[in-house]
Design a binder for this molecule. Structure first.
Ligand code: ZN
Length: 457
């Protein structure tokens, strides 16, 4: 049994002081809240905190502790592009050419190194789960590796070594555009037909770490509508993710091909539902929003990537008001910072609407934690509560960014950055340690530098 005394913690939708938690076998067995801050008029946390209160076997964690944050959308190899794709003009489509150039160079060994370093960056930023939208399946000429799951195993091993929970979403990718065969590096993504994809994806068994499997439909561009039910069937009971309406051009091509929007095509073919995440969901009609709400589908926003790629600003507020659960992911990893993603839901809405105050901080934290974890199949994570997976993410509330902010939910959402994360526990296991890192930031930086440098040398 391990116990922690948390100076401040996000418990049951509020920040509490002096929270005692006990952990056994990776789960919370006790969560004791002495009393809600602000119960009495004029009471402040500084006035009532007895921190530190417990000594001996109990580890004291000063700062503000959150449940585990979920990174619901990742392509690990895109991390190699950070800072290298910012020259000159272009669009999503010109960026994609640069992304493909990296995809051409990876093999299972170099992918393991790059993904491990990328996942270490994530876990140091407070992300305790990652949804890997994995489509780099085959050798450069499109033939399977001797082990057809070699790249999947590399990702599973990378996550296990980094200490992050992984939901590996085996992605079906069959065409370059509506009816166009895969070209060039896209042959690495394709299993030729949906039955071959289902056979390969259905046979995969992860052999390391805390891993779940799920499936993904790359997009309405890359998977013909008639193939979608096969993917949905294989995913049944597990997470199913799909890129949806990230680009206006994609919507126009979809309407030209099917006379339906991407959301409508997915609806017609049984893809939407309570274990499905519509990733991006940027350019939606009112009917699309209604369909996502009616089917209890998640919307997985990736605000820093959408910003980086010039995709546009998704209708976060309208989705939330329709009852759609939102989640956040770092996608291309132009930025790996869950706090930046959460606050972007509010701040981007401000830019689009010229109004402030669309999202309560508590709702943004729920998107980043509980909803995100559940959308990856970890519906027993994302809360500091008895019986839940024991994830703890502690923020320094006295850093130059967070000092003086009140050490409350607004600190977490509107002041903190990934650099303020001082302690991370995943399933009861310490991955980043306050006052003596398990993985130092310098080590993670060196590992990223080596993994990415070797790709460009
Ligand atoms: Zn993506």
């Amino acid at each position: 049994m391990t116990s922690y005394l948390l100076e401040r913690a996000w418990v049951d939708g509020a920040v509490e002081s002096d929270v005692l938690v006990e952990i056994e076998d990776g789960r919370f067995t006790r969560v004791e809240v002495p009393g809600r801050v602000g119960d009495l008029p004029g009471e402040t946390s500084a006035g009532r905190s007895q921190f530190p209160r417990v000594s001996g076997e109990t580890t004291q964690l000063p700062g503000l502790t959150l449940p585990g944050l979920a990174n619901t959308h990742s392509h690990a190899f895109h991390r190699a592009l950070r800072g290298r794709t910012q020259r000159g003009r272009g669009t999503f489509w010109t960026w994609r050419e640069q992304m493909y150039a990296v995809a051409e160079r990876l093999d299972p060994d170099s992918y393991l190194r790059l993904a491990r370093a990328t996942y270490r960056e994530m876990v140091a930023a407070g992300m305790t789960s990652v949804g890997e939208f994995h489509y780099l399946h085959h050798q450069p000429d499109g033939t399977p590796y001797a082990d057809p799951h070699a790249m999947s195993h590399a990702l599973v091993e990378a996550a296990a070594q980094a200490g992050i929970r992984l939901t590996l979403l085996d992605t079906c990718y069959l065409s370059s555009g509506f009816g166009e065969p895969p070209q060039g590096v896209q042959r690495r993504f394709s299993d030729a037909d949906v039955e071959a994809w289902a056979t390969r994806a259905g046979a995969f068994r992860p052999t390391a770490g805390t891993t779940r499997t799920g499936a993904a439909i790359h997009s309405v561009r890359a998977v013909p509508a008639e193939a979608m039910p096969t993917v949905a069937d294989l995913a049944a009971g597990r997470p199913l993710h799909v890129h949806v309406s990230e680009q206006v051009a994609e919507n126009a091509a979809c309407v030209a091909a099917y006379a339906r929007t991407p959301v409508e095509v997915l609806l017609d073919h049984g893809v939407l539902g309570p274990l499905t995440t519509a990733v991006h969901a940027t350019h939606l009609t009112d009917d699309d929003i209604g369909h996502l709400a009616d089917t209890a589908t998640y919307a997985g926003f990736c605000p820093t990537t959408e910003r980086d790629l010039g995709d546009g600003i998704g209708p976060g507020r309208r989705l939330r008001e329709a009852g759609v659960r939102l989640t956040v992911g770092s996608d291309s990893h132009a930025v790996v910072d869950p706090f930046e993603e959460m606050r972007a839901l509010e701040l981007d809405e401000r830019l689009a609407s010229q109004q402030r105050g669309h999202w309560p901080a508590a709702d943004l934290l729920e998107a980043g934690t509980r909803h995100g974890q559940a959308s990856l199949g970890w519906d027993d994570a994302g809360e500091i509560a008895v019986g839940r997976r024991a994830d703890l993410v502690t923020l320094d509330t006295a850093s130059p960014r967070t000092a003086g902010t009140g050490a409350d939910a607004h600190t977490a959402v509107f002041a903190a950055t990934a650099a303020d994360v001082t302690h991370v526990v995943v399933d009861g296991r310490v991955v980043v340690r306050q006052g003596g890192a398990v993985q130092t930031r310098e080590e993670i930086g060196r590992e990223l530098d080596a993994a990415i440098g070797s790709l460009f040398s």
